[in-house]
Design a protein around this ligand. Structure first.
Ligand code: ADP
Ligand code: MG
Length: 409
């Protein structure tokens, strides 16, 4: 069900209103706490700009890292407010807490269009417990709630879910809306043929996604380490490759289901092997029927890459989750990078390409490709996976439905 967004209500709705915006500023930092990657801050800018333009008093709330339920200088959001001030070219005030009287009195003095950032919401253990009293305190200093933190929407925490009990309207921000539209566009009514490429380390973390997509896709490519569990389930020798022996029956079941539904499955036919996952060791490219006993498969071979290219080139929608090989280690990046390049060229030719998963996004970055070259690259690793499993995310479920567009808020 689509959600009401901040672009669907009259801008006057926000004029002078204390607007609590849940953002995902869980950024990567260097040792000296400077920001290593500000893409999550940039991703929230359209929402912040829209609200400022409408005269809202913007109160941003986020978590950073995993504090153990108490304050920690290392996990303060201060470096984020400094960077955000630069990006917005306006002063963003960093507050010392996220609830309480000091926050309340600062917020009541804010001017229209002003922005402040509350301190790390996970400094309070009540946040992750979705404590109702804490959620009420968060709500107490605001008039409107906006959730733009897609990456945290799979968690039912006080600032992502509980707060909406006490603070309405609860609207979707622009990033949240973009993520939901792109991912549901793939699941709900994909232009066909529709291919899903699944890779990554473990079958066990992707069971839900595999089960959901096997019913929806026309073509399913299985790569990465997880492919070896499927190969072993087919009776092949997989040497020292990563295999989850307790999932072989599940792999068999998924292959049977694909056959029954007429889904074309592409498993590796050749793989690049090495004695261990380390660069600089001699590698060999072998058929999956000849994986040496003391070696592990760490990338897909050229024949498999070619088969994937052929199959994907006739598809109109492609969803990718999970690297095809151990791309972080030099020598085993070829198939993953070939897929990245292929998706870029197919996107340019009008194919809808959607990417989810933290390591897949890291592979795109490592390849030095801008996310704009794809139809959509999700900012939410775990959240995008849960969405692709067909689950309803708690942080999305509690937002207002789009049906009430136009009604007074
Ligand atoms: P995502 O975060 O995109 O969902 P995953 O977390 O499932 O992806 O898996 C990513 C990891 O899988 C990467 O760190 C990559 O090195 C690893 N991987 C892929 N193929 C192999 C392989 N053949 N052997 C070992 N590790 C692999
Ligand atoms: Mg991952």
């Amino acid at each position: 069900m689509s959600k009401k967004t901040i672009a669907q209500v009259a801008p006057a709705t926000f004029k002078g209103k204390r607007t609590l915006v849940r953002v995902d500023f869980n950024v990567l930092q260097h040792e000296d706490l400077s920001i290593a990657d500000d893409s999550r801050i940039r991703a929230a800018l359209p929402t912040i700009e829209l609200l400022r333009g409408a005269g809202a008093r913007v109160i941003l709330v986020s978590h950073l890292g995993r504090p153990k339920g108490g304050p920690s200088d290392k996990l303060s959001l201060r470096p984020v407010s400094t960077r955000l001030s630069q990006l917005l070219a306006t002063e963003v005030t960093q507050l010392g807490d996220c609830v309480g009287n000091a926050v309340g009195s600062f917020v009541s003095e804010m001017k229209d269009g002003e922005v402040c950032l509350l301190e790390n919401v996970r400094f309070h253990a009540e946040e992750e417990k979705n404590d109702p009293e804490f959620a009420r305190q968060l709500a107490a200093n605001a008039d409107i709630y906006v959730n733009d933190a897609f990456g945290t929407a799979h968690r039912a925490h006080a600032s992502t879910a509980g707060v909406t009990k006490y603070l309405q309207p609860a609207l979707a921000g622009l990033l949240m809306d973009k993520e939901l539209k792109a991912l549901s566009g793939v699941l709900d009514n994909p232009a066909r043929p529709f291919a899903t490429v699944i890779g990554g380390a473990k079958v066990s973390t992707k069971i839900g996604v595999l089960e959901n997509l096997i019913c929806l896709a026309d073509v399913l490519v299985i790569g990465g380490a997880m492919a070896f569990s499927f190969l072993k389930a087919q009776g092949k020798q997989t040497g020292k490759s990563l295999v989850e022996d307790d999932r072989l029956d599940l792999c068999k079941g998924l292959l049977a289901k694909a056959a029954e539904k007429g889904v074309r499955i592409i498993l590796p036919q050749d793989v690049v092997c090495a004695p261990e996952m380390r660069s600089g060791l001699p590698t060999s490219c072998v058929s999956v029927d000849a994986i040496p006993e003391h070696e592990m498969g760490l990338d897909l071979g050229p024949k498999t890459v070619e088969e994937i290219k052929q199959a994907l080139s006739s598809c109109r929608t492609i969803l990718w989750n999970g690297p095809l090989g151990a791309f972080e280690t030099k020598g085993f990046e070829t198939a993953t990078y070939a897929l990245v390049d292929l998706l870029v060229s197919l996107s340019a030719a009008g194919v809808k390409t959607v990417v989810g998963g933290g390591d897949s996004v890291a592979a795109i970055e490592a390849r030095n490709i801008s996310p704009e070259k794809f139809t959509h690259v999700s900012t939410g690793g775990g959240a995008s996976l849960e969405f692709l499993e067909g689950l309803e995310l708690p942080g999305v479920a509690c937002l207002e439905p789009a049906e009430s567009v136009g009604s007074a808020v």
